[in-house]
Write a protein that binds this ligand. Sequence first.
Ligand code: ASP
Ligand code: MG
Length: 364
Amino acid sequence: MVVVAKIGGSLLTSAHDYMKVVEKIKELAREDDVIVVVSAMKGVTSKLIETLSSENPERELREIFAKHISILEAVSPSPEKGIREMSKLLDEALNGIRRFKAGMIDGKDIVLSMGERLSIIILREALRRENIRGVSLEGGIAGIITDEEFGNAKPIMDECMRTIPSVLLPILGEETVPVVAGFTGVTRDGRITTLGRGGSDLTASLIASVLRVRLLLLYTDVPGIMTGDPSTVNHARTIPAVGLEEADAMARLRVKKFHPLTFMPIMRLKPRRMGIFIGTLDGRGTRVVRRRVPPPIKVVSPRGGEIVVIGHDPSFLLDIVKPEWKVSVVATEEPYAIVRPENATRKMEVLDAIHSAILKMIGG
Ligand code: ASP
Ligand code: MG
C-alpha cells in the first residue's frame, strides 16, 4: 500500500536533517510504497520573498543557492548532477527576478518555487547515498495543475485527478520513491505556480486523497495539534485525536500553521480508509479521524481582540463561561465559536481559563 509523507521545512536545516529524513523513509518503505512531499528548507521561502524587494537580489540568490550546494555536497558522494541542476535553477531564478521587475505576473512564483525545487534535489541524492532510488519531481511534473492565481494558486481538482495517478503510479511500480516538491504547481499552459504559504501541506493531502493512500503523514517540528500555542497559554498539550471537520476549521481560520486548504481534498474526495497523522518524525502527534472524538472543544487561539475556540460542539462553551468573565459567546454552525471579552485587556486571562477547562477534559 501507499503512504504519503510530507516533510515540513522546519525539519530541514542541515545535511544531517536530510539524512534523518532518509532514515524515516527507509523505515516507512519496509511496509509501504512511499511518496515524499518536501518543503523548502527552514526560512528559505521567506528569504526568497525578500530577494524580490532587495537592492541586490542576485547576490542574495547566489547565497541561497551556495548554501544548498554545500548541503548537497555534504549528503552526496557524487553531487555533480545535482549541482548542474541547481545551476540551471539559479539561471531560472535570476530570470524570474528580471520578469518580476518587468512586471510580469509569473516572475514571482518562479523565484518562490526555488526552495522546494532545490530541496527535492538534495533529498533525492541523500536517498541515493543509502541506495534508495528516488526521482525528484516538481509539483507541476507530479500532476499538480493549478489555476493562474500566481502566488496563491488553487489546484484544478478534475485535472489533478487524471494527472497525478498517471505520473506517480508508474514510478511506484518501478520501486522508486517519488520526491515531490511541495508548494509548487503548473498552469495548463506550463507556467510555474505556487500554492500560498504552507502549500506543501496541500500538495501532500491532494496527492494522498487522489491516490486514496493508506496513510498521510504530515511531519513537522511540533508534536501535532496542541490545545493552544505554548507561548500564549500555560501547559499546552498535544491532542491525541481531532475530527476532520475540526482540523479543517483550524486550517481555514489559520488557528494552526496549515495551509488553509490542507483538508479540502480530503473533505471533497473522501478517501474513507486513509489515516492522517500530524506530528514529529519520532511519532509524537495527533491523528485526524472521521468521527467525533472528545473533548467537545479542543483548541483556543487569540485573534485580534477575540478568542477562537475550535471543537465539534462549540455550544459546550456556554457551560464553561462564567458571568464574571464578562464575555459574549458566538457559537456557530461550524466546529468553532468566537468569544468576545467586553474588556479586551482581559482576553489572555479568559483564554487561559478556557484552556484550563480543555486540559481538565483531556485529563492526565
Ligand atoms: N515553503 C513554503 C512556505 O514556507 C511552503 C511550505 O513550506 O509548505 O510557505
Ligand atoms: Mg508548513
